[in-house]
Ligand binder design. Sequence first.
Ligand SMILES: Nc1ncnc2c1ncn2[C@@H]1O[C@H](COP(=O)(O)OP(=O)(O)OP(=O)(O)O)[C@@H](O)[C@H]1O
Ligand SMILES: [Mg+2]
Length: 229
Amino acid sequence: MADAIIDLQHVNIYQGDNLILQDVNLRVNAGEFVYLVGKTGSGKSSLLKTLYGELLLKEGEGTVAGFSLRQLDWKKVPFLRRKMGVVFQDFQLLTDRNVNDNLKFVLRATGWTDDKLMDEKIADVLDKVGLKAKGFKMPFELSGGEQQRIDIARALLNSPKLILADEPTGNLDPETSDEIMNLLFHISRDFNTAVVMATHDYIVVQKFPARMIRTERGRVIDNATIAIE
Ligand SMILES: Nc1ncnc2c1ncn2[C@@H]1O[C@H](COP(=O)(O)OP(=O)(O)OP(=O)(O)O)[C@@H](O)[C@H]1O
Ligand SMILES: [Mg+2]
């Protein structure tokens, strides 16, 4: 069997005392691309938060990128995060520094110290997202699509085997959104990186077909098909 990068068994997910998703069973293999769809408020972000350690697992068993979610505590979360990249819809670069320095800030925060290695890594991830020439730009000099690509570059800094993306195309026009999708598919395929992407955007899902799972009535449905919400 292929290597599982995510393996959840009989997981219950809570927000406070409210049970949001029950008996979640989910396996995602290395390099796989998976859409997470479902109505607003149905638990997509809660599921992603469980996978990146923002919501701690209390019931059920789970591993993500080799980490046991049951044994996770706040001290271990940063180590889990280093194994994955997280991309959000409304991510903001620090406005007072250029792209290179934004990325360097993240590297330092995740334990990097060698300047030369950091510069090489930054050049590498900017190249991967097609923005090699933009390292010295300030955030306000970038378009929305370029900012989103920088966010993906940020997610790639620690060479993750898993990217979790929460509506990464949410604020983008259709053309820019296609660009981001092509980039995520390319990363998944060429670097064998698994991607789990929450989205509302059925146009994107139709245009870039992949495995789909759905949050619905407190459950996660595997092998979901496109349905009008
Ligand atoms: N921080 C929180 N505290 C308490 N309840 C929360 C919190 N975040 C989300 N919830 C509740 O959990 C449920 C699932 O929310 P979640 O954000 O996971 O849904 P979603 O599918 O991501 O929705 P959307 O498509 O609008 O982003 C909702 O009922 C929401 O009100
Ligand atoms: Mg959400």
